[in-house]
Ligand binder design. Structure first.
Ligand code: UTP
Length: 269
């Protein structure tokens, strides 16, 4: 099914990167010469997305400035001008709340959600692969994680697996290690039914006192279903310092000039 719209929730505080994120949005942190959000938009463009909706907040205007240039002046992405919109999240009340802020712009059609801090390096657009497999059930990108790390993720309770698809009977946000039903973790790529807005509107705060997207996905399993997509490629958690550094080193290692710097650094040790 053709997915035309993507929502980028960029309203988070990025506390793990304080102090730099006091003044620079986490999504504008660079992997060498491009900010994280650039890579996410690129992945969306390769998935055929036409409308780009950013859920933003105070202090994030450099994202708008960046894309003013990349879309309008440089026409870097070669998609039509006027397809960018911005809506504000008044307070950082969680990922689910950020998605809800985009309700009026998404309107009544299935849409994608991408977290720019989940950086995916792959020969194929992860979102594009998901869109090709989307059949109306809510879809999330999943990967296998170490059991000790399950409490950092939404974790799927598996009903059945079929190739790259994992059908969920339940899902749990950040479960304690001993309670996790599997090691299939959700990473920040979603294709969602617009029915999720009605669910988000009446959802109580969950883990961390935030409106959790995972809780809305759980409520919708009986009516809509939930499918995990096991994507190809490497994912870096660039919401953490270690993940961002690993991503920078990975990208640098693919560039002959930059690789020299890594080799020199390793020799000096
Ligand atoms: P995180 O859970 O990483 O939160 O959000 P955060 O605030 O960005 O970072 P830390 O944990 O304080 O370091 C995951 C994604 O959801 C967005 C973030 O911008 C990020 O893309 N988000 C989160 C919102 O848009 N609004 C929110 O209220 C919370």
């Amino acid at each position: 099914m053709k997915i035309r719209k993507v929502v980028f929730p960029v309203g988070g505080l990025g506390t793990r990167f304080f102090p730099i994120t006091r003044a620079i949005p986490k999504e504008m942190l660079g992997i060498i010469d491009k900010p994280l959000i650039h890579y996410a938009v690129e992945e969306a463009v390769h998935a055929g997305i036409e409308e780009f909706i950013f859920v933003t907040r105070h202090g994030k205007s450099s994202i708008e400035d960046y894309f003013d240039y990349m879309f309008s002046h440089a026409n870097y992405f070669d998609v039509k001008i006027g397809s960018m919109c911005y809506v504000r999240q008044d307070e950082p009340k969680g990922l689910g709340h950020a998605v809800l802020c985009a309700k009026n712009l998404v309107n009544n059609e299935p849409f994608a959600v991408m977290s720019a801090d989940d950086f995916i390096l792959s020969t194929k657009s992860c979102l594009g692969e998901m869109a090709s497999n989307y059949d109306g059930a809510n879809m999330v990108a999943t990967m296998s994680v170490d059991r000790k790390d399950v409490s950092k993720y939404g974790i799927i309770d598996v009903l059945k697996e079929d190739g790259s698809l994992v059908y969920a009977k339940s899902v749990d946000e950040k479960p304690p290690v001993e309670e996790a039903k599997s090691t299939h973790a959700i990473v920040g790529r979603y294709i969602l039914s617009p029915d999720i807005f009605d669910v988000l509107e009446q959802l109580a705060p969950g883990v961390g006192g935030e409106i959790q997207l995972t809780d809305a996905l759980l409520q919708m399993i009986p009516t809509c279903g939930l499918v995990g997509f096991k994507f190809e490629g490497q994912r870096f958690d660039c919401g953490s310092k270690k993940g961002l550094l690993a991503a920078i080193l990975q990208v640098a290692s693919q560039d002959a000039n930059l690789q020299q710097v890594i080799e020199e650094f390793n020799r000096r040790k």
